[in-house]
Design a protein around this ligand. Sequence first.
Ligand SMILES: Cc1ncc(COP(=O)(O)O)c(C=O)c1O
Length: 427
Amino acid sequence: MISLSRKVKELVHSPTLEVNNQVAERRAKGEPVLHMGFGESPFPVPERLQKSLATAAHRKDYTAAAGVPEVRETVREYYRPLVGDVVDDMDVLIAPGSKLILYALQAVIEGDLLLAIPSWVSYGPQAKLLGTEVIRVPTTSGAEDYQIDPQILRECIKDARSKGLNPAKIILNFPNNPTGLRMGHDNLEALIKVCDEESIFVISDEIYGQVAFDEEYFSMASFGVGSVAISTGLSKHLSLGGWRFGVGFIPKNVPGLFEALCSFISETWSCVSTPIQIAAQDAYRKFPDIEAHIADCTRIHQLMNTYICEGLRGLGVHCPEPTGAFYNYPDFEAFRTDFARHNIMTSQDLCEVLMSEYHLASLSEAGFDGLATRLTLRLSGVDYDGAAALEAYQGGEALNEGFVHKYAPNLKLQIETFQMLLAKVKN
Ligand SMILES: Cc1ncc(COP(=O)(O)O)c(C=O)c1O
């Protein structure tokens, strides 16, 4: 009898990928589904990058584990104005998606993981796969939703140590998935200070760094203190998730870290597909057409997600205004009593009712290591034809409500669906 490793017994398919499969199956059967479940940016591959990839198709050689040296240097220079000269104190490595950089970092840094509630779906399961404990850090609620209070972080670290745990690393993610929010500079600086004082290694997941609605890239490494690694890549601001191109900035102040990561890579994925590395380099050369594409896509993400936020607020739902990424994180607490009359007690119940009765796919807080009792959902605002929307915007059409209704009609239907649900539960 062959038995599975204890580490994978509790592992389930990543909720984001799972909901996407469910929607694909339903759509293949001809069932209409409003898709707010999966966060895949809908814009096309810029023509320049398509050509770069075609030109690099003949490259069949393995590369160094950390990636092609010239590609890594181009990436470093691209990030210099965004992150600061601190990039000189970091080694750059390339991976098949930032998810594997997060995993590799978790694997090579000894100790337990601190994670905000809520956090992106894969951090916790990755820690479990590696046999490390997850220490939950509550976030604030109210006007300043889902921020990490530095003092609370310090208390969580102390408390974990008193219980015999070894808090050693934290993953911070701004702009954030699932909340669509960022944190203020002062608060971030105070957080980094706590991590520095408590010898906590910071993994700053900056994959949405260039999908910030005020167009300000802000890196945790820019404070120039502590041990901060950055993970990023092309999946979000250039909608290239399927290219599997991630970037890690690894601080040189942790002896042996970069070498350990390179050994880890050499024993696992070996290197990223060479044509992808070569083509991706052109995404980091500051070509005006690529930079304009990134900025235009971010403007459209802002329009679509602000529309969803305002639509929900109009229905009386508490919804913090997103400041980046492509998500809203509404809280339906105001409807708890009405929901209870219809046996909707948790965000998972809400999610299931939306799918089975209204054909609307969403994700519950449960997937984000959240509070099982809270009535929050993560809603992605990407269910539209990105190519058509981008072409219209670049052709001069104004970004307003009319634009949403014309190029993203499903978003209007999504808000109407919530309106129907809330009207029904009130009766
Ligand atoms: C917060 C966050 N981090 C990391 C990733 C991983 O992205 P990738 O592996 O495509 O770079 C995602 C993708 O959904 C994400 O939302």
